[in-house]
Write a protein that binds this ligand. Structure first.
Ligand SMILES: *Cc1c(COP(=O)(O)O)cnc(C)c1O
Length: 353
């Protein structure tokens, strides 16, 4: 996929190019109003056993949510796809673009585990180009690993599990020099000062931006992921997705949350302040060898023996993430930023080790 112009259609798997979507009752008759009786979707007309009203199928295209989200994110609604968590668009990317046993994708370890899981599930070759010692993109190494069968490069920024952001200009280099898709996973962008790549879709037709309601928005239990991309990519995703991939309750709660952006901003600010405080506390401790710079809602630290510390913390009822055996994170522990009280419990238990 190098040295040619980006062409979304030629990037697609052959059978996706001509695929027809499932046609739901609400696709065939869209208008929803009390003027009609709806006897077309085999729903229960009475309601839900709880007395609530979840008896009707939800909007397959989540139009109301996208309308509001479009304003909050400053992205046209035609450029938005919503998924059952970010996991769903990640999987759909493979299904749409990557041919099993033929194509390959590139990941940049240490990084988020789902890219590899989706690649394996879809029987796709995975090429790994580790981050540099400075935990930034090895653009030369990445571009050297590309061949005509490379379809996607997954960039996680801010990165999980290290917490740092990738250089903007290095991401731009990939976008400029690769004619496959560059996925920028911005799950933690709300905790960062860096500008989102969601504002640059018109500049880069090969750009896919992932964000999520699971972190800053506090909706991990409801499962809602966002993908921002060109209209033609969104059109394909609307054809291949399961028809009702976002349930009614999630759509309703997302709409509510989108009316409380101030509250989200306030929680994010509190978490960032706690991140700073936790970092300062940890810097005082001799057992902490290194604290990675973080633009996310967690800190990665290096200690003498991560697995031993991890187990001892569990004995003290504090659960963090053991990253001891992860490339470039050796003897690493990842600590999510909690409330002040939760962070204090961690610090007290950690000091006592
Ligand atoms: C948490 C996280 C996500 C979010 O996944 P959801 O399926 O939306 O909950 C995506 N990418 C990264 C890198 C993450 O850490």
């Amino acid at each position: 996929m190098e040295n040619s112009v980006f062409d979304m259609t030629s990037l697609l798997r052959d059978h996706i190019r001509t695929m027809k979507p499932y046609s739901s009752a609400r696709d065939e008759f869209e208008e929803v109003s009390d003027d009609f009786v709806f006897l077309d979707a085999n729903e229960n007309p009475f309601g839900t056993a709880t007395g609530e009203k979840y008896n009707r199928y939800p909007d397959p295209y989540q139009r109301a949510v996208k309308e509001k989200l479009s304003v909050v994110k400053n992205v046209p609604k035609e450029n938005i796809f919503l998924g059952n968590g970010s996991d769903e668009p990640i999987d759909l990317l493979f299904r749409a673009f990557v041919e099993a046993g033929q194509d390959n994708v590139i990941i940049l370890p240490p990084t988020y585990g789902m890219y590899q899981v989706s690649a394996t599930l879809n029987n796709v070759e995975l090429r790994e180009v580790p981050l540099t010692k400075e935990l930034d993109l090895d653009t030369k190494g990445i571009l050297n690993s590309i061949d005509e069968y490379t379809k996607i490069i997954f960039v996680c920024s801010p990165n999980n599990p290290t917490g740092n952001s990738m250089s903007i200009d290095k991401i731009e280099t990939l976008l400029d020099n690769f004619n496959g898709l560059v996925v920028v996973d911005e799950a933690y962008i709300d905790f960062s000062d860096q500008e989102s790549f969601s504002q640059r879709l018109s500049q880069y037709p090969n750009l896919i931006v992932l964000q999520t309601f699971s972190k800053a928005w506090g909706m991990a239990g409801l499962r809602l992921g966002m993908m921002f991309a060109s209209q033609e990519i969104i059109r394909i995703f609307n054809i291949i997705k399961p028809p009702y991939n976002i349930n009614q309750l999630t759509q309703e709660k997302a709409l509510e949350c989108l009316d409380h952006v101030d509250k989200v901003d306030e929680m994010v600010e509190t978490m960032i302040n706690e991140r700073t405080r936790l970092k300062e506390e940890l810097e005082k401790l001799p057992q902490v060898k290194n604290i990675y710079p973080s633009d996310a809602n967690f800190l990665l630290i290096q200690v003498e023996n991560a697995t031993s510390d991890y187990k001892k913390l569990i004995d003290n009822n504090v659960v963090i993430r053991n990253r001891a055996n992860v490339l470039l994170c050796e003897e690493g522990l990842r600590i999510s930023i909690g409330t002040k009280e939760e962070n204090d419990k961690f610090i007290t238990a950690f000091k006592a080790l």
